[in-house]
Design a protein around this ligand. Sequence first.
Ligand code: MN
Length: 316
Amino acid sequence: MIDLDKILEGAVTAGIAGHVRPDGDAVGSCLGFAGYLREAYPGLKVNVHLETVQEEFRFLKGADLVITDASEDIAYDVFFCLDCADVQRLGDNIRYFRSAAHTVCIDHHISNPLFAQENLVRPDASSTSELICDLIPKEALTRPVAEALYLGIVHDTGVFQYSCTSSHTMELAGKLMDTGIDYPRIVADTFFARSFPQTKAMGKVLSRSELYLDGQLILGSITCREISELGLRPADLNGIVEQLRNTAGPCAAAFLYETRPSEWRISLRTGEPVDGAKIASHFGGGGHVRAAGCTLTGTLDEVTEKLLKQIALQLS
Ligand SMILES: [Mn+2]
């Protein structure tokens, strides 16, 4: 564990940032942590930097204060980098990491190279939100902080479903529930709810999905043109790879979405014997054994071919 009192001793400003295309865990851990620091260290000026905050997360306390453009020159006394498997995942906010006097990384990705001056990296934690919850004295947990952390844990565990969920995760989630948060609403409105265009996008991907490698891989894709025709952004495609993975038979699911012409983001969800993190890091990406991602360039056929080759290596 890191010692927050020691890290923040004498500090006047603290910056917190999560990864690009922030997901529930990135947003939840950043806002939960910021909420706690603002309450526990009243003299400290705390800023949160995130590329964007999705509509469904904006009810969280402090979401309206998030700085989304990285144009301002700020040199923080302490800069916390949350849920980032590597420093590049900070995107444009990397400038605040570079200019900070002291840097701290809090993360749960197994591929994390411990890139900050101080690192709290635990691959056995379900989420960065779980790590933040561990850091905070439980008697200091307030409802707004608990809402943010519960949201983050819910998103990274697939509502306590994935194998990253431990009994410790459940204990912490129980402590968060005890603050009186509306947990059914958090799950329904931020995890399961989809807009109509999102439902259409999911239908498109699922109906065109194909089996490869003797039925051991299911693969679905959508082009950037189709994404923009539906009025969606790549961030709106969460949940599709999990639906592919629900298919009985294949031990791996891949969802390919084109972020700009000929650039494909690949989301992997895998079961034994396929190690998604290994495949993703082969292509310069990262993630977890069961959930990982990377970016490849080329035509859909070329990208699919490259991916199949790597998965086939693990199956043989
Ligand atoms: Mn995470």
